[in-house]
Write a protein that binds this ligand. Structure first.
Ligand code: ZN
Length: 63
């Protein structure tokens, strides 16, 4: 299993995105990656929402 994905899928909509936010959205939940669209939904009125950083796909190297 040598999957070297440059993009991660969103935890909620399962769509890959070049930029994802690392968040917790449950009190004892794990870190998940969410796209900006879902991030707005799950962060609103969520007392358990924790922001853990932004993940960006690596830019392809050009030599
Ligand atoms: Zn999403």
């Amino acid at each position: 299993m040598a999957v070297r994905a440059r993009v991660k899928p969103c935890h909620f909509c399962n769509q890959p995105a070049p930029v994802l936010y690392r968040v917790k959205y449950e009190e004892e939940g794990d870190w998940v990656f969410t796209c900006p669209d879902c991030w707005q939904k799950i962060s609103q009125d969520n007392p358990f929402y924790v922001y853990g950083g932004t993940w960006k796909a690596e830019k392809p190297k050009k030599s």
